[in-house]
Ligand binder design. Structure first.
Ligand code: ZN
Length: 130
């Protein structure tokens, strides 16, 4: 059995089932397959059906280890992002000393965790964003 997948850079590629890793999305009847493209060696994710991965798994595919990026299966809605919106967000991040803490604020999660003696550590984390 061969598995056909489409690499965004190389086009259609053929793999053995043992070279494919798949997980079914528990929220839908869709599934995500992870491959290393045999041509360019990039990590590629491809959408398939829950029935499709039953067949690929039966032929020797394994599961995806770690966090599975099921958000790749989500339908996009709304208008596309505009460059001005992205630039506005970047400008907002530049003028916000600790944007990750503001995000936590909005979700209502307690902020005292990072405001203790380890404040220097969170300062280091924000400097990598800029
Ligand atoms: Zn490729």
């Amino acid at each position: 059995m061969e598995v056909q997948a489409e690499c965004p850079w190389c086009g259609m590629v053929t793999l053995r089932p043992t070279e494919v890793r798949c997980e079914a999305d528990p929220r839908s009847d869709e599934a995500l397959c992870e491959i290393n493209c045999p041509v360019c060696h990039r990590l590629v994710y491809a959408k398939t059906t829950a029935d499709g991965i039953k067949i690929i798994r039966a032929a020797g595919a394994s599961g995806i280890s770690g966090l599975v990026p099921f958000e790749l299966l989500e339908r996009r809605s709304g208008p596309p992002l505009l460059w001005d919106e992205i630039l506005d967000m970047l400008a907002g991040l530049d003028t916000t000393p600790f944007p990750q803490m503001e995000l936590i604020d909005r979700l209502g999660v307690a902020l005292n965790v990072n405001r203790g003696p380890n404040r220097g550590a969170s300062s280091d984390a924000s400097s990598t964003i800029t």
